[in-house]
Design a protein. Structure first.
Length: 266
């Protein structure tokens, strides 16, 4: 016996209706909003000019050229989540120390930072004396010039409050393609909204259908599918479930080492 729904709609119309429902559901996802305030601790690294914070476990490279600048932080493993949190943005406020020493700068300014690196665990030291990033601690190791905007240098470590906030970026999501014909590595950066990327798909304009990419490390995504000679479309999913599709951002004659700009989240 045919279902009442099939009797009312032809199969092609039913398929179109289901597609519209899926598209509409994604379109109604709200923009990324600030999260709740939580407690953690913060230290600093990278030298007085922050130069040692360039590169890092997220794979971004020159943070100045890519727009992240010195407003960056390394995350403890509990926050880093094996690289999935790379690109997330945080607001951080300094708090008076537990021993009632106040190393915070007056006026209680807050920092807006992007996660660009991993603060590795150091199991040779106790978690309350040098092993600041040991699990399960939530810890921020901030570029020194930025840390000094909220706390004194001599503090070394300060308690902080933090929350996730929307990332505000200039221009679109960037896709930097490296590798070789049989191994494509795409760095996804300058991501707005939630900032962190949970999945990437790529599609060509000829033979390559929608193909999921695998996280290689940080925000570098890989596929062994041959993409050379295809105009490339990328679909990025952020941690809040929203997707952004950048249609045919790379022309058929793209070359390894090039960067292409797509559509960003708001």
């Amino acid at each position: 016996m045919a279902s009442p729904l099939k009797s009312l709609f032809p199969s092609s119309l039913l398929l179109l209706l289901l597609l519209l429902i899926v598209v509409n559901a994604n379109a109604k996802r709200p923009n990324f909003k600030p999260g709740p305030w939580k407690n953690a601790h913060a230290t600093f690294y990278g030298g007085s000019d922050g130069s040692a914070t360039m590169g890092g476990a997220c794979g971004y490279g020159d943070l100045h050229q890519q727009g992240y600048g010195l407003q960056n932080t390394a995350l403890s493993p509990a926050l880093f989540n094996n690289g999935q949190t790379c690109g997330a943005c945080y607001e951080i406020k300094c708090l008076p120390s537990e021993n009632n020493q106040n190393w915070c700068k007056p006026g209680q300014p807050s920092l807006l930072l992007t996660a660009t690196n991993l603060c590795p665990a150091d199991y040779s030291k106790p978690s309350n004396n040098g092993g600041w990033c040991n699990p399960p601690l939530e810890h921020f190791d901030i570029a020194q010039p930025s840390f000094l905007q909220i706390a004194e240098y001599k503090s070394g470590i300060v308690p902080v409050q933090y929350r996730r906030v929307p990332c505000v970026k200039k221009g679109g999501i960037r896709f930097t393609i490296t590798g070789s014909q049989y191994f494509n590595l795409v760095l996804v950066w300058n991501v707005g909204g939630a900032g962190d990327v949970t999945s990437v798909e790529v599609k060509g304009d000829q033979k390559v259908k929608w193909t999921p990419m695998k996280r290689n490390w940080g925000q570098k995504w890989e596929t062994n599918v041959v993409l050379v000679g295809e105009s490339l479309t990328f679909r990025v999913r952020a941690s809040d479930g929203r997707t952004s599709t950048s249609w045919r951002v790379a022309p058929r004659n793209w070359q390894f080492g090039q960067t292409f700009e797509g559509k960003n989240f708001k």
